[in-house]
Design a protein around this ligand. Sequence first.
Ligand SMILES: Cc1cc2nc3c(=O)[nH]c(=O)nc-3n(C[C@H](O)[C@H](O)[C@H](O)COP(=O)(O)O)c2cc1C
Length: 439
Amino acid sequence: MAPAQGGDAAAATTAAATTGGGGAAAPAPAGGLPPPAAATTAADGASSSSPTFDLGGGEVLPVPADVAPLFRPLTLGPFRLSNRIVYAPLTRMRAQGFVPQPIMATYYGQRAVPGTLFISEATNISEEALGYMNSPGVFTREQTEAWRPVVAAVRGRGAVFFCQLWHCGRASHSDLQPGGAAPISSSTRRITSPEYTVFTQNGAQPYPSPRAATREDIARIVQQYAAAAKAAVHDAGFDGVEIHGANGYLIDQFIKDSINDRTDEYGGSIENRCRFCLEVVAAVAAAVGPERVGLRLSPFTSFLDAHDSTPYATHTYLLEKLNGLGLAYIHMVEPRIMGPLEVESHPESLAPFRRVYKGVFIAAGGFKADSGARALAQGEADLVAYGRWYLANPDLHRRFLTHAPLNKYHRDTFYSSGPEGYIDYPTLAQQREREAIAA
Ligand SMILES: Cc1cc2nc3c(=O)[nH]c(=O)nc-3n(C[C@H](O)[C@H](O)[C@H](O)COP(=O)(O)O)c2cc1C
């Protein structure tokens, strides 16, 4: 992944415009509930008349039958969602110096639809969590203050916004660590696959050997998660947090046995490898309330060399432990996805996990309108997260509702700096305007 380079002052004016009007960035516990669901479909999916969907701004569109499962409401803890489309967490590296920038308010605000769940890009919980240049943090006052207009741009439009809490663990470099220390992990095993490199202020480099966390390190990091959750909800104004337990980052580095070779109570058995994750979940739930906490897991991904020899057994154990904690949701990545990439052959399935977990279940990875609606109709998930198509289509809901073609996404600007490939993907209306001018 290439890091963003350079600044982005041009965005400031646009962002200021999008953060006005509503600006509901007040601390969530004091009254952070979104407005009632905007969908007029019946809660059980049966509707007495033709269902419609409220896109916000006074626009109500009919819901075609084939995509109807995507436009049904759902109660998520204290939140009432109007639809089943989720904005997936997407690192975009536009947070220069690890501080959210005004352009991010424009970006998220362009995509916000009332009653939709948004999960922020992965957000660092502490200085030692850092692994990617220009990814945002939520551990300094400057960062939480800078998040507020971004959060307001989403919540002000009636969407629900969770902050994804991130610790990169070994997916980092001493150039990015306080005091130039080695990054931390469950073990000293490093990322060796040549396709992975870490970008720092000194350019692209191979991943270094991490140091294995001591018990004291573990206790400190668990507290950092809790502190970051409080900062996200109480200071930045997010509705809740999603713990990033997926894609080969620190929590996954404890869960998966290709990385975790510990011989203490945090390694070895499935129970021991899941202990760190469960301690983080407990601490974060205690900090902001379990109904404001989600957890993302990727049982099958090998992204960043994270493999587990028994993914079903490991994650079934974890889900059984999570059952009954009253979390907002569990968010799982489909086996066809490896981090931001697709894999060709994927015989595995999330179905067993869906059966084990008793709460709200989000599935992510490779969905379009038809496959997402089908997954919901067949009970494979309660919510479907969209990543690449949502980043390229600011009006994704409208396009699904009208069967409009989707803008293609451009990989070369996924992690670049500046507005290009970020806030300039056109809406349908903008496309038509351009076509009319060109005609
Ligand atoms: C540009 C990009 C950035 C991503 N950043 C994150 C991230 O910050 N956190 C995360 O959990 N997953 C991240 N992912 C994975 C996505 O959330 C999602 O699981 C993946 O793109 C598959 O979904 P899709 O097929 O709808 O794109 C990223 C993916 C892409 C393409």
